[in-house]
Design a protein around this ligand. Structure first.
Ligand SMILES: CCCCCCCCCCCCCCCCCCCCCCCC(=O)SCCNC(=O)CCNC(=O)[C@H](O)C(C)(C)COP(=O)(O)OP(=O)(O)OC[C@H]1O[C@@H](n2cnc3c(N)ncnc32)[C@H](O)[C@@H]1OP(=O)(O)O
Ligand code: NDP
Length: 515
């Protein structure tokens, strides 16, 4: 019997960010392994014209929750969606709901965050820092609370090369930042943002670091732990391989590469691709929840959830594996054939961006205009290149994360818990994982049918032929122009033609002799 699964039985659990990528996988695992849990409270905001109930209904009816419905048929009765906006004071939770949360919550998993790299500092602070502070204040008023698990990121200290499982202070106190965001206007915030974030690449990593500081400062008597996952990717094993539902991290780039839009990036092939599957993060999170509540460590423990030091894979190798997967599982209606050139040279990347990205987009838009359609490819390409430029920081560097706490926890688990809540990425086979990832992107993000694979393969063959034809035509035109202008080129041309002619005559003569 799994001790961790038993621990969550009968518990009232509060999850923020339950509608997000990680939150959904967390909720799914909890229901599947501890169907006798009492209730999961989720803080949800109405969004995109959907009510709370519609959002919950959509989640429960997704493929991700198919297994849960078998083990826990009354799952819809065990989810209690609470209307909340983490940007508002008291999260805009009604008095009755707040009273219920304060009275019954046993465990909190705080996943909500803005993960946009370019978010305005005011908004990023509001969600990643102030909301964390408010949630801790709520937590301090919960008499039955046993553990508070905060999800941060392994990149909160990406300005360092070696990162220990400790909280590194930022120069300006989070409280001062929170206060200043209340009265500074947007223009001034824009001006001071680069100075505040310092050598971090974006507001996301900076505010996640501030969030950790707040957790440490406001922990009081609460049993708190922090999880720092690296780049969260599709699921590895559970509830099934390859599940993914948003474009963050590598998923968007896999689409862009598979559809042939993105063929070259500024990336360091030898840099470690620290991907971690979503189900691995969730398994560690649940194990940490159990450990923190049962063992009540004296200080806030931090757990790195990374793959680099257990089972490293670099970007170069990963790109090859992604390309190999595209051969087997091509995406439909690709714009060009998938390719992956990595370069670290600024001039080379500018050249490739012009030749491989912008020029085909302009040509395609020209074709759309000619056929009376609205051009769109250049705009799409510009947005894609902007997105890629935001991710470049992370594909050109390697980090070392120490994992003492994570390893300690692994050794504390019973063999059964190590199996049910497996977070040992040494067992991960990257080739298999990447293939399932690409399959998952095709099925769950692009919603493409597997029956269309032969047609997609044929389309790629056609693109290859067009590519050869285009290159040959381009070569002949260039050569014809050169011959017209240069005597040397003319001589080379006559030499090649007469050489070919002689070769042909030789073969013809030798075949006549044999007969
Ligand atoms: C040569 C080819 C190379 C490929 C070879 C094959 C693949 C090889 C393997 C994988 C390649 C390398 C992958 C590297 C990935 C590295 C990621 C590193 C991230 C680590 C960060 C730390 C982890 C965390 O803690 S946070 C979680 C991660 N957060 C994010 O990923 C958020 C990033 N996104 C943003 O911040 C925004 O989306 C932004 C700023 C990039 C763009 O914002 P914008 O306002 O312009 O609009 P959006 O509406 O958000 O999107 C615009 C447009 O882009 C599409 N899109 C969004 N995200 C991605 C993405 N990650 N990749 C590609 N495309 C993306 C989106 O759908 C929109 O498209 P439209 O068609 O215009 O609607
Ligand atoms: N994905 C990754 O690669 C990594 C993620 N992490 C961390 O993991 C956690 C989860 O990330 P992930 O699931 O990928 O992110 P998502 O963007 O998928 O999910 C974010 C969640 O936060 C919720 N949220 C955002 N703003 C508000 C608000 N104002 N009020 C209520 N809820 C809100 C979203 O709700 P809604 O659906 O309404 O938008 C959503 O449920 C984050 O803390 C992130 O920093 C760490 C490392 C890597």
């Amino acid at each position: 019997m799994s001790m961790i699964a038993a621990f969550y039985g009968g518990k009232s659990i509060l999850i923020t960010g339950a509608t997000g990528f990680l939150g959904k996988v967390l909720m799914e695992k909890l229901f599947r392994t501890s169907p006798d849990l009492k209730v999961i409270y989720i803080l949800v905001r109405p969004k995109a014209g959907q009510t709370l109930q519609q959002r919950v209904f959509q989640i429960l009816n997704s493929k991700l929750f198919e297994k849960v419905k078998e083990v826990c048929p009354n799952v819809h009765e065990k989810i209690r969606a609470i209307s909340a906006d983490l940007n508002q004071s008291d999260f805009a939770i009604s008095k009755e709901d707040m009273q219920e949360l304060l009275s019954y919550t046993n465990i909190i998993f705080h996943c909500a965050a803005t993960v946009r790299f370019d978010d305005h500092l005011r908004h990023a602070v509001q969600l990643n820092v102030t909301a964390t502070q408010q949630l801790l204040l709520m937590a301090s008023q919960m008499p039955k609370l046993e553990a508070f698990i905060h999800i941060s990121t392994a990149f909160s200290n990406c300005n360092l090369k070696h990162i220990d499982e400790v909280i590194y202070p930022c120069p300006v106190e989070p409280k001062k930042i929170i206060d200043s965001m209340e009265w500074l206007d947007d223009a001034i915030i824009d001006e001071i943002t680069p100075k505040l974030i310092g050598d971090r690449p974006n507001t996301y990593t900076y505010t996640k670091a501030l969030g950790e500081m707040v957790v440490q400062q406001e922990s009081g008597n609460i049993n708190i732990a922090i999880i720092r996952p690296s780049i969260v990717g599709a699921t590895w094993q559970e509830p099934f391989p390859g599940w993914v539902d948003n474009l963050n991290g590598p998923s968007g780039l896999i689409i862009a590469a598979g559809k042939g839009f993105l063929r070259c990036v500024r990336a360091t092939p030898m840099a470690v691709a620290d991907l971690i599957p979503a189900d691995t993060v969730v398994n560690l999170t649940l194990a940490v929840g159990w450990y923190t509540a049962v063992h009540r460590p004296k200080s806030v423990l931090i757990y790195h959830c990374t793959s680099g030091n257990f089972n490293p894979c670099n970007w170069g190798k990963m790109a090859l594996q992604v390309l190999a997967a595209f051969e087997k599982i091509p995406f439909e209606r690709a714009f060009r054939r998938p390719n992956a050139d990595f370069t670290t040279n600024s001039i080379t990347i500018q050249y490739w961006n012009a030749v491989s990205h912008r020029a085909p987009a302009i040509i395609y838009d020209f074709y759309l205009r000619l056929t009376g359609r609205k051009p769109r490819m250049t705009k799409l390409m510009n947005r894609l290149l902007r997105t890629v430029s935001m991710l470049e920081y992370f594909i050109n560097r390697s980090w070392e994360w120490s994992t003492d706490n994570t390893e300690m926890l692994m050794s504390e688990l019973s063999p059964e818990d190590q199996r049910v809540f497996n977070f040992d990425v040494r067992q991960l086979n990257w080739l298999e994982y990447i293939e399932n990832y690409v399959l998952g992107v095709k099925k769950y993000l692009l919603k493409e049918d597997m029956a269309g694979i032969p047609k997609a393969k044929q389309h790629l063959k056609r693109l290859r032929n067009i590519h050869y034809l285009f290159n040959t035509a381009l070569f002949l035109i260039a050569w014809r122009l050169l011959i017209a202008r240069s005597q040397v080129a003319r001589n080379v041309w006559f030499f090649i033609v007469s050489f070919c002619y002689k070769l042909l005559s030789y073969f013809r003569a030798s075949s006549t002799l044999k007969v």
